[in-house]
Design a binder for this molecule. Structure first.
Ligand code: HEC
Length: 150
């Protein structure tokens, strides 16, 4: 019985230690990540919200979420400067994709306001295409340059 209790204690201690290590690693990753990454994660979940809202024909939720996508926050100035220094002449193409997201998300919001489901879906497609365009052209080099991966 005593042995069993001891084993339980060791097991619980081991799990706690594992959990603490995992938490520390996540913290370290967050600290080194670009602010852009958090902005992107939010864009991703907002796009998922829109997908769900289309199924529910929840136009007000789409309108609200489209605004969050169109007017997403920007990284702090210091990070912007790092990105500008890295991208140099590619900066205008990078900004172009962001402009496309903005414009298409605004159109999506207007379509939701008009309860025009077909137009919401069409502009959703345009938004997603702009997201994908920027990722295809820029994400690998961001990961390499800012994180030293891939
Ligand atoms: C102007 C370029 C650009 C546009 C437009 C863009 N992204 Fe990104 N996205 C990036 C870059 C660069 C990264 C990598 C950033 C990083 O890992 O720090 C990224 C990463 C991501 C990630 C991964 C985040 C993670 O946890 O690793 C998600 C999700 C994402 N973007 C969603 C979106 C969605 C949704 C849209 C459109 C609504 C979008 N992005 C539009 C440049 C862009």
């Amino acid at each position: 019985m005593k042995v069993m209790r001891f084993m339980g204690f060791v097991l619980a201690g081991g799990l706690l230690f594992t959990a603490a290590t995992a938490a520390a690693e996540t913290g370290a990753e967050a600290a080194n990540s670009l602010a852009l990454r958090k902005i992107m994660k939010d864009l991703g979940s907002n796009m998922q919200t829109v997908t769900g809202a289309v199924s529910m024909e929840d136009w007000p939720l789409i309108e609200k979420t489209a605004r969050l996508i169109a007017d997403h926050p920007q990284p702090p100035m210091s990070e912007k400067l790092r990105i500008i220094a890295f991208l140099r002449t590619d900066m205008s193409r990078f900004k172009g994709y962001d402009g496309e997201v903005h414009k298409a998300a605004e159109a999506m919001g207007e379509a939701a306001k008009a309860k025009d489901g077909q137009a919401v879906i069409a502009s959703f497609n345009t938004v997603q295409t702009a997201c994908y365009g920027c990722h295809k052209d820029f994400r690998p080099q961001f990961l390499r340059h800012f994180y030293g991966t891939r």
